[in-house]
Write a protein that binds this ligand. Structure first.
Ligand code: AMP
Length: 210
């Protein structure tokens, strides 16, 4: 049986997953983590909810960000280095909770933004800056259009549950966001299904994905 140590994950992340009771990596984790740790290659993962897909991208993302210094945004705060887009606020909150749980022994900062709640606390947090931002597309664009968000320092972009994102009609928002992040970045796409629409999105977004 493969272990998290064997996958090359930082000891501080293993400590955190140990405490959560994770013994062995799941299949998607075994496949995704070594590839994502290694390089800057784009990645497409086919996995349903419940397979451990969140840790499959959050663990290598945290590992990589912990090895370099935070960027600066145009407001003088911490620049966003990883942007995770999710279709729903429930999923956004869940993913950001995973980021905090797995990253509890690292010095990285994160926050979550989504619609349907007041903007002010989100804006205050964003201005101070975070290394990792988890967001739903609508609220993200809203803040960006008000000049409250700086996406110019993004190094890693994750589209989580991309098929649901398309089903929910977020394709135009996603495309707008893609135009706001640097061209030179690593992009990861996770989806439970691999339809023609997902294939097309992947073709547009990903360069020679693994
Ligand atoms: P997800 O598919 O990302 O929604 O994860 C489903 C559930 O599996 C979550 O409650 C995680 O905490 C849990 N989980 C993720 N990875 C592991 C693992 N390697 N061992 C045990 N549980 C895990």
């Amino acid at each position: 049986m493969m272990t998290f140590e064997g996958l090359g994950i930082d000891a501080r992340l293993i400590q955190a997953t140990d405490e959560l009771g994770y013994v062995n990596p799941t299949t998607i984790q075994e496949k995704a983590i070594p590839v994502l740790l290694q390089g800057t290659k784009d990645f497409i993962g086919l996995a349903q909810t419940g397979t451990g897909k969140t840790a499959a991208f959050v663990l290598p993302l945290l590992h990589k960000l912990s090895m370099s210094r935070s960027a600066q945004n145009k407001f003088g705060g911490t620049g966003i280095r990883a942007l995770v887009l999710t279709p729903t606020r429930e999923l956004a909150a869940q993913v950001e909770e995973s980021v905090r749980n797995y990253g509890k022994y690292l010095q990285l900062t994160s926050t979550v933004i989504f619609g349907g709640v007041g903007m002010n606390p989100q804006v205050a947090r964003i201005k101070k800056g975070v290394d990792i931002l988890v967001a739903t597309p609508g609220r993200l664009l809203d803040l960006q259009q008000q000049g409250l968000l700086d996406l110019s320092t993004v190094e890693i972009l994750v589209l989580d549950e991309a098929d649901r994102m398309l089903d929910m009609g977020f394709i135009h928002d996603v495309k707008k966001i893609l135009a706001l992040v640097p061209k030179d970045k690593q992009s990861l796409l996770f989806s439970a299904t691999f339809s023609d629409e997902i294939r097309e999105l992947a073709n547009n977004l990903l360069k020679d994905p693994q």
